[in-house]
Design a protein around this ligand. Structure first.
Ligand code: CJB
Length: 795
């Protein structure tokens, strides 16, 4: 009888033998890699053929980051081959999990925004929707983080290997990008025409990566552009060595600043490179008239980084396709839509006009014209100075990319209900009034195929046993788990799986970091980028307070807790790096104290990335989502942890609000100020942290210890942190929310004392998490913004 497993084993062994070398794990990885690529290639060709035959409208998702994580295991899962391959390899004496460990993770993103893009392309393919990702092929992904004396150090990460790369070079699709040059207005056949003389040319080479949808039905493309020297002659090219070096720099590395726009020329070069290359390829390879672009293509720009797509599309339509300004504007503003991911001032893309003027002179003229026409359209209205300021694209020598993105697109969305409301009512109030139907909300989501099926195979199996497999295609069916929330044997199975995933994490950490963790402790997990507003500081201060209590009060002997931290700080973000150092210092003090260590353990997981997340998330009991209300646009880690049955301790911020709505506040630990209160304090500048210190003796003691240097190890200096809390008036309200945070932790301890009730709450969280699948998000984008048609499945 035919068996996929036997077929796989036969083919696998033959290939291994053909290689004629020792049967190492590396060889097994190579072999499995090749076989997977062949399975994918067939499906990829079929999908592309379908696209050519059917000509449906396509979506292009432009993003400066795609944090895809390891691909081998995910591809096997989406092909539905994972179990077959795993069992087959088992029988051959090989462990698939060991083989997977050999893959270097492509770290082509910083955090939430990049990972969201990766979840989105997975969902597009899995829903059978024609949507492709366009990004950059950075040679070096996000840096590798190591701790030296507790300080973060950064090493470059190389993910591209000589062989077995995840992508395919498409030389024949290369396009040229131009920078610099002088503007010349010439008389053409149809009137005046703008030319750019003597630009510097750079070649953009696409590398295509397959994006395998669920059941292998649809394989879409993630196209990443690499910068190389152009074949075109131009004056500056004589100094070839310099030119070659400058060119390679464009896609040499990912900028490691999460939520901080570095106004650097290289960053601008990257952004334009992505936009120009992607738009040229879309226009060059179209099978429809240029006027029909909006009916055939939707372009979603992921934050303002690709907002230059707006003037670049205008340039291509006017200069290369001879359309009038009005025609070009009509097409552009019916093709492009924009997602905003932050209201943090420092992360709102802003460029010095002179920089754009010199690097992209033609683009600058177009932006100027967009601004001029927009301002002219406002002239009839009586707008005050503040409104005019909020509505200007160019102001005082600065180009505001967020305003450009809103004006030049047909839809603008925030990434959680609260965030969208803040955009509409406050940050972009004036723009929303000008374009009342443009703004809409699309709450983020995560792909359950990676964060449940792949990361937690065991829990997925249990869910399927209980409610059948339909939830995999329709994750909202996870709600059927409600029927099991009080089923004793189901809860026991859930607890057993949680313990198993804790063991997996412990084993992983033992191997990588040589730390030993108590499997019976509460796993309290705070994983995300380091930023003031994410308040890792509040968490570590709270741990200090618990330590003090244990030392001071002989009756205070709480249930053991392990506090895990994971995350990187932007190399230039001094405050965040100080917090990292402080956590490591507190960890060594607490962990080396025999009494405290019985109750508290602090573990900082080095080099947090997608792979580490896959170990941490399934093992979590508690999910720390403690940002200052109004600051976290959405958060997506909150959703991943919930889906794996962790209980959230969190503020009313970002998508937490919706998580609490879905699961009920009684199944989470909610604390802290609301967004309106925070914004009120900010407006009135009326918050004074000294009042808190004066009225709360425990907090006062903590501050005193900090000032006295009791939490330094001689090498670190907490002055900077104390300075922010006191002199800088605690901008993220750490002390203000501290007491209610501490009370929420007390509630956690009380709840954990009843294991079955706790497990019930966990299961209710999983049951309520289906709505946070990115399949739901993508379907909503498709219905409301992109209007895509599902392609028929072939498998
Ligand atoms: N975000 O990761 C980034 N980088 C930015 O530059 C701006 C925002 C994050 O995007 C995520 C996806 O939408 C959000 O969940 C998160 O709140 C936001 O900080």
């Amino acid at each position: 009888m035919f068996s996929y497993k036997e077929e796989f084993k036969k083919s696998f062994v033959t290939r291994m033998e053909r290689k004629g070398m020792e049967k190492t794990a590396e060889l097994a990885y190579e072999t499995l890699w090749e076989m997977t690529q062949e399975w994918i290639q067939k499906r990829w060709n079929r999908t592309n053929q379908l696209y050519r035959d059917n000509n449906e409208k396509k979506l292009y998702y432009f993003s400066i980051e795609f944090l895809i994580g390891r691909v081998l295991g995910q591809n096997l899962i989406n092909l539905n081959f994972y179990d077959t391959v795993k069992e087959g390899l088992d029988e051959l004496g090989l462990q698939l999990s060991e083989i997977e460990e050999l893959e270097t993770e492509p770290g082509l993103g910083n955090g939430g925004l990049g990972r969201l893009a990766a979840c989105f392309v997975d969902s597009l393919a899995s829903l059978g929707l024609p949507g492709h990702g366009y990004g950059l092929r950075y040679k070096g992904g996000l840096f590798t983080q190591h701790f030296v004396n507790g300080y973060q150090t950064e090493q470059p990460t190389q993910w591209i290997q000589q062989e077995h790369n995840v992508d395919i070079r498409r030389e024949e699709l290369a396009v040229d990008i131009s920078y610099y040059g002088e503007i010349q207005v010439v008389m053409g056949l149809d009137g005046l025409k703008v030319n750019v003389e003597n630009p510097e040319w750079v070649k953009a080479i696409p590398y295509d990566m397959p994006v395998v949808g669920a059941n292998g039905g649809t394989v879409n493309t993630l196209r990443l552009w690499q910068a190389e020297v152009s074949d075109r002659p131009f004056p500056g090219r004589e100094d070839y060595a310099v030119y070659e070096h400058e060119t390679a720099k464009i896609t040499d590395r990912l900028y490691p600043d999460d939520s901080l726009e570095a106004g650097k020329i290289l960053r601008l070069k990257q952004q334009y490179f992505l936009c120009s290359a992607s738009l040229q390829t879309i226009l060059n390879n179209r099978s429809f008239s240029i006027e029909a672009l909006p009916e055939n293509a939707a372009i979603q720009i992921n934050d303002t980084h690709p907002a230059l797509a707006i003037p670049e599309l205008m340039r291509l339509l006017i200069d290369d396709h001879a359309l009038s300004w009005d025609q070009a504007w009509d097409i552009t503003t019916r093709t492009i839509s924009y997602t905003n991911h932050t209201i943090l001032e420092e992360a709102m893309g802003k460029w010095d006009s002179r920089l754009i003027q010199s690097l992209l002179p033609r683009i600058y003229l177009i932006i100027e014209e967009i601004d001029r026409r927009f301002k002219k359209s406002l002239q009839q209205q009586e707008l005050d100075e503040e409104a005019l300021h909020k509505l200007s694209i160019i102001e005082n020598g600065t180009i505001k990319m967020a305003v450009l993105a809103v004006v030049g697109s047909y839809k603008v969305n925030g990434v959680a209900k609260l965030h969208t409301e803040i955009l509409k009512k406050r940050e972009m109030k004036e723009l929303n009034e000008q374009f009342p139907n443009k703004f809409h909300n699309k709450t983020n989501g995560i792909t359950h195929r990676r964060w449940l099926l792949k990361a937690n195979h065991e829990l997925s199996g249990l869910i399927t046993e209980a409610i059948g497999p339909r939830w995999i295609k329709e994750p909202e069916r996870l709600s059927e788990l409600h029927y099991f929330a009080q089923n004793h044997s189901f809860l026991q199975d859930f607890q057993a799986i949680k313990s198993l995933k804790k063991e997996h994490l412990i084993h992983h950490l033992q191997r990588n970091q040589n730390v030993v963790v108590d499997p019976d402790s509460i796993f309290d997990i705070h994983i995300k980028r380091f930023h003031g507003y994410k308040r890792q500081l509040m968490n570590i201060l709270h741990i200090q307070m618990l330590y003090d209590r244990i030392k001071r009060d002989p009756t205070y002997r709480p249930y053991p807790r392990t506090f895990f931290f994971g995350g990187k700080a932007a190399p230039s973000y001094h405050f965040a790096k100080q917090v990292i150092k402080m956590i490591n210092t507190v960890a060594s003090k607490v962990n080396s104290d025999p009494l405290a260590r019985k109750h508290l353990h602090v573990v900082f997981v080095e080099n947090y990335n997608v792979t580490q997340a896959e170990y941490l998330i399934p093992a979590a009991d508690v999910s720390e989502q403690i940002s200052t209300a109004s600051k976290e646009a959405s958060g997506t880690g909150n959703m991943k942890l919930m889906m794996n049955g962790a209980l959230t301790i969190g503020t009313f911020d970002g998508a937490n609000v919706e998580i609490f709505e879905e699961v009920g506040q009684e199944n989470a630990f909610v604390f802290g100020m609301r967004a309106e209160q925070v914004m009120q304090y900010e407006k009135e500048k009326s918050y004074n942290p000294k009042e808190i210190i004066d009225s709360d003796s425990e907090i006062a003691q903590l501050m005193e210890e900090l000032i006295k240097g009791e939490w330094t190890d001689g090498k670190n200096n907490v002055d900077f942190i104390v300075g922010q809390l006191m002199e800088d008036s605690d901008p993220y309200f750490v002390l203000k929310d501290f007491r209610s945070y501490s009370k929420a932790h007390e509630q956690i301890l009380k709840a954990y004392a009843h294991p079955e009730k706790w497990a019930e709450m966990c299961v209710k969280n999983i049951a309520a998490s289906g709505i946070f699948s990115s399949d739901r998000t993508i379907q909503q984008y498709s219905n409301d913004v992109w209007h895509l048609t599902k392609i028929p499945s072939i498998y």
